[in-house]
Design a protein around this ligand. Structure first.
Ligand code: ZN
Length: 174
């Protein structure tokens, strides 16, 4: 069984770095990193995790939406590794919703994101994929994408009054 990785917490400079592109997909270490990220996102009840969050500054993240203790209403999808992701196009419409982050435990913030994004990425097998993502999954993508550029969700919250504790958040969503 693959072990979980330790999560870098807010304040760790790795979370503020620009991550570098992944270029050698056949690298055994890279495939191991993907597997460990998959294990870690599930064990930590996340819906996404980016490589910089485990102190690996590469343009790679996992999107793994499914209902769990931290996100009881998340839609179900196959966990997907996205390498060198890009946003090709996006809706003009933005929506605000609550986000959290494994690197910022216990805190939620209301974050505006594009409702839909057209994205491109290389998958774990090295195939280029193009997809249109909407709503919650589009939100996860944009959150994880920000991690690759050293941005965390708190940077995008419009008012400090829209930052609450996880305990209060769970009360609100019922
Ligand atoms: Zn995060």
């Amino acid at each position: 069984m693959t072990e979980s990785l330790q999560i870098a917490q807010l304040g760790n400079p790795i979370l503020r770095q620009q991550a570098q592109s992944v270029d050698n997909l056949s690298d055994q270490k890279l495939q191991q990193l993907i597997d460990k990220l998959m294990t870690t996102v599930v064990s930590e009840s996340g819906v996404g995790i980016a490589a910089p969050q485990v102190s690996q500054s590469y343009r790679l993240f996992i999107v793994a939406s499914r209902p769990n203790l931290r996100y009881p209403h998340a839609p179900v999808m196959e966990p997907t590794a996205m390498l060198n992701p890009r946003i090709i196009a996006h809706s003009t419409e933005m929506v605000k919703d609550w986000e959290g982050c494994l690197s910022i435990p216990g805190i939620r913030g209301l974050v505006p994101r594009y409702r839909s994004v057209e994205v491109e990425y290389t998958d774990q097998e090295g195939q280029l994929q193009r997809q249109e993502l909407t709503d919650f999954v589009a939100r996860i993508f944009q959150h994880e994408y920000d991690h690759l550029d050293g941005i965390v969700f708190l940077d995008r919250v419009e008012s400090t009054q829209e930052i609450i504790t996880e305990q209060e958040y769970l009360k609100r969503i019922g």
